[in-house]
Ligand binder design. Structure first.
Ligand SMILES: Cc1cc2nc3c(=O)[nH]c(=O)nc-3n(C[C@H](O)[C@H](O)[C@H](O)COP(=O)(O)O)c2cc1C
Length: 400
């Protein structure tokens, strides 16, 4: 099998230079990339840069190499078309089927998955015209990832920033690997918790756990690549924000509960992958707890934390909402998992065995997904993204 063929469309936004990094990642990971910039994009980054980095000729119009009919061929033979950055103008043209340059012709001839990574000022993004164009493109099956929040051109900050090129690359990689052209979570809003809560004892110390957040982030990344609107509630995870995902940071179990309850009424599915502390110190010392000469330390009294999974399972914030829990067990994994599923009342429980070198912080996972309907889906040892995809397959099946 030859290398997957990717068309990298670049339109005329200030973030066009970041597409060079995306191009580099795509070529270095074994994709054959044809860059198709717009005329405006070439004002930001010149054709020689794209040609040298991609190893292919570069043109923005349909009148070069006409014997090869590139306005048709490039799109027809692609496995993925990704437009990054996608300007407001390009989104409008794509939504209306205009074809006045090579990129817009390519978008009309492509029969493969099409991904847009918009980037523009917040006002342009929020304008009803842009929002309607995005909705049209999504309705037709395109994957339009939400822009990130942050610094824009000049001194402004807000929503509209191009997500990190490394994270856009991750979405591209997922879409090419799955080879599906219909994002099956499109129109769905999913809420995911990730990481591990920290329960403070004093201003410098906390009770925590070893969760890195990688499984929750893999769930967020795969859901975004399958077209979902994703809210990621990240507890103390030090990982880059996945492209197209709204990341809300929390610290403690109580803060996580508040964030989950706030997000739940809009969620079609809630996947609780964070490791939530069962207990927290009963008191918080406002100043650092000091050693006392000749005296043993005071024991730390603990109180129970709220059981978020049981609460959202018992009182569904939306009819038909699917709730997924995670159980990290150190022994008797299956029995404990079954008991936990019954106790919590969720629809699916992902049970995995954890330990110092197992699961926490690693790139791989192995699990058994238990269903409230009695189903058991074993997921063999492999990347956390593979487990994430299995979870979404099971969630999609429950949406009916
Ligand atoms: C300095 C500068 C930065 C711009 N940045 C953006 C941007 O980030 N997003 C956007 O939608 N338009 C931006 N524009 C406006 C587009 O370049 C303009 O709409 C152009 O017609 C887009 O053409 P294209 O969609 O064919 O690439 C910018 C313009 C200038 C002069």
């Amino acid at each position: 099998m030859g290398k997957p063929k990717v068309v990298l469309g670049v339109s005329g936004g200030i973030a066009a230079y970041k597409a060079c990094e995306l191009l580099r990642r795509l070529t270095e990971s074994g994709h054959e990339v044809r860059v198709v910039p717009t005329a405006a994009a070439l004002k930001f980054v010149g054709a020689p840069t794209w040609a040298a980095l991609s190893g292919h000729p570069v043109s923005d119009e349909v009148w070069s190499d006409v014997y090869d009919v590139p306005h048709v061929r490039i799109g027809q033979s692609a496995d993925l078309v990704v437009v990054a950055p996608a300007t407001a103008d390009l989104l409008a043209k794509a939504a209306h089927g205009l074809a006045d340059d090579l990129l817009t012709n390519t978008l009309l001839t492509a029969r493969c998955p099409v991904l847009f990574a918009p980037a523009m000022h917040t006002e342009m993004w929020e304008h009803p015209a842009t929002q309607e164009n995005v909705a049209t493109l999504r309705r037709r099956g395109a994957l339009v990832i939400e822009p990130a929040v942050g610094r824009l051109t000049g001194v402004d900050t807000g929503k509209g920033r191009l997500p990190d090129p490394g994270e856009i690359f991750e979405v591209c990689r997922r879409v090419v690997a799955r080879g599906v052209d219909e994002p099956d979570l499109a129109g769905r809003h999913v809420v995911i918790s990730a990481g591990g809560t920290r329960e403070p004892l004093d201003p410098v110390r906390f009770l925590g756990n070893r969760s890195s957040g990688k499984q929750g982030y893999a769930l967020a990344r795969t859901a975004a690549a399958r077209g979902a609107r994703v809210t990621l509630l990240a507890a103390n995870a030090e990982l880059p924000d996945p492209a197209g995902v709204d990341v809300i940071r929390v610290g403690t179990a109580v803060q996580l509960r508040e964030a989950v309850l706030k997000a739940a009424p809009e969620a079609d599915a809630l996947v609780m992958a964070a490791a939530v502390a069962d207990f927290r110190p009963a008191t918080y010392a406002g100043g650092k707890i000091k050693k006392q000469d000749g005296r043993e330390p005071e024991p730390v009294a603990l109180v129970r934390n709220p059981d978020i999974l049981a609460e959202i399972s018992a009182e569904r914030a939306r009819p038909g909402q699917v709730v997924v829990g995670f159980a990290a067990e150190t022994d008797d994994v299956l029995t404990n998992g079954r008991a936990k599923l019954a106790r919590k009342g969720c629809d699916l429980l992902v049970v995995n065995e954890v330990g110092e070198r197992k699961t926490f912080g690693s790139e791989e996972n192995e699990a058994l997904v238990l269903g409230a309907d009695g189903s058991e889906t074993p997921v063999p040892y492999g990347p956390k993204e593979a487990l994430a995809d299995t979870v979404w397959d099971l969630v999609v099946a429950r949406f009916g």
